[in-house]
Design a protein around this ligand. Structure first.
Ligand code: ADE
Length: 435
């Protein structure tokens, strides 16, 4: 899910009551037992039972603080038992955490898992990434989508290398000066790696907190966003270990308090959760209310599969806009569906010597965040009379079909090519020497 609030906003002004240390850069910290790291002497670690609240009240702590502590205690203890073993949680450093957080923005954990170790092996330090060319960068980002983030991460690496002496900054405000790092990412790194008492809010956290308080109002408007950050801050202030608490909150949203089917019986916060206690059946799942459906602008793409002797003609997209810098078949794009004639006119200018076959090979829809894309794939036919000028440049190549993986592409265009290749006669696909 998209991180809703990576746009700059002032650091939270709420005073931080720092009560604990935190193991820097470790794996999932074990916080079971009385001698757990970061535990303040005398602090109750009694889980979610009413006993801790009673003790807190008797010490003059307002009930709301006591509830916050019950919540954070229960969640941190749960995380110590249940945290998933994920690659970026092993031997974590500030650099690996930054890479992981940028990868995880708008991308599911299951997609990041196979990419993460490969990326870290190729770019073990910010300086390695700062020097990477586009092709190397995007190849190592393959499968993660939203390639703009890869470039932002490289820009962040360059900033760290040039301005910060090669070391990832420790505090949230310095972290936020890095390209691609907003309030969420800065808070995540500052708290998880350096133990800073910073809050984080992402889609998972938003949902968990709305349910915890049975807040039925929209969570994605300004008031909802302000409420969620304030609630996250009050909880992180109460936590024994801010980084553990923050990661636990995300983890709960990802694995237990899921959008459609929250597993309330397995939830460590069920006794504190106000949505779980509601009378109406299915209440937790209906909180927060869903966002109104995004309005996606239509985009019609007519891609021409020019394939000869085991090679396909590919072009690189411009450096900005949709799928910036990625490779694809030559394609006409328009807001309205165009017919064969329009494509024919386009190929005369753009692909002299080639024309599209009379009917498309295949068509499929593809949704991006802002676009409702329809891709039609046409077979390119060489014209007997054509000049056959297949100009090759740094933005236009004949790519061998056997090594298509080398070229970074959007998932939509990769799918289009796979269809084209599968539907073409076998002879066209075979490599019979160089083009
Ligand atoms: N999503 C964002 N950051 C994460 C993390 N550290 N672990 C799991 N999921 C995440």
């Amino acid at each position: 899910m998209a991180r809703p609030h990576e746009n700059p906003s002032p650091d939270a002004a709420a005073p931080r009551v720092r009560r604990t240390g935190h193991p820097v850069g470790g794996t999932v910290p074990a916080i079971t037992g009385a001698a757990a790291p970061g535990v303040v002497p005398g602090r109750s670690r009694g889980g979610s039972g009413g006993g801790a609240g009673a003790v807190a009240r008797s010490r003059g702590i307002p009930p709301t603080d006591a509830r916050n502590r019950r919540i954070s205690d229960a969640l941190e203890a749960w995380f110590a038992r249940e945290a998933r073993d994920l690659p970026w949680r092993r031997g974590r450093t500030a650099w690996s955490a930054l890479v992981a957080e940028l990868m995880l923005q708008q991308t599911q954990v299951s997609r990041v898992v196979p990419a993460f170790d490969r990326f870290m092996a190729r770019f073990p330090a910010p300086a390695d990434l700062a020097r990477a060319d586009d092709e190397t960068l995007l190849t190592h980002w393959a499968g993660l989508g939203y390639y703009r983030r890869a470039r932002l991460l490289r820009a962040a690496a360059a900033h760290i290398d040039a301005v910060c002496g090669g070391t990832v900054p420790r505090d949230a405000s310095a972290l936020r000066r890095l390209p691609g790092v907003g309030r969420y990412t800065a808070g995540a790194i500052a708290s998880i790696v350096f133990g800073a008492r910073e809050a984080i809010v992402d889609g998972n956290v938003t949902r968990v907190l709305a349910r915890l308080e049975a807040r039925r109002e929209r969570a994605d408007d300004d008031a909802g966003v302000r409420w969620t950050w304030a609630r996250a801050e009050s909880l992180v202030r109460a936590s024994a270990s801010p980084g553990v608490f923050n990661e636990a909150l995300m983890e709960l949203g990802a694995t237990v308090c899921t959008r459609a089917q929250p597993a309330c019986t397995a939830c460590p916060l069920r006794r504190e959760c106000r949505a779980a206690g509601l009378e109406d059946a299915g209440a937790p799942a209906s909180i927060p209310p869903p966002k109104p459906a995004a309005v996606r602008r239509p985009l019609h793409i007519d891609a021409v599969a020019v394939i000869e002797r085991g090679r396909i003609l590919l072009e690189r997209r411009p450096e900005s806009g949709l799928w910036a810098g990625l490779w694809q078949m030559p394609a006409r794009e328009s807001a309205k569906a165009g017919g064969h004639d329009a494509l024919l006119r386009w190929t005369r200018d753009h692909l002299p010597g080639w024309r599209p076959a009379a009917a498309p090979l295949h068509a499929f829809p593809h949704a991006t965040t802002h676009r409702a894309v329809v891709i039609r794939v046409w077979r390119g036919e060489r014209q007997a009379t054509g000049s056959g000028r297949d100009r090759v440049s740094s933005d236009r190549v004949w790519q061998r079909l056997t090594v298509l993986d080398e070229r970074p592409m959007s998932s939509a265009h990769r799918r289009a090519i796979e269809h084209a290749v599968a539907l073409l006669p076998a002879g066209t696909r075979r490599d019979r020497g160089s083009a």
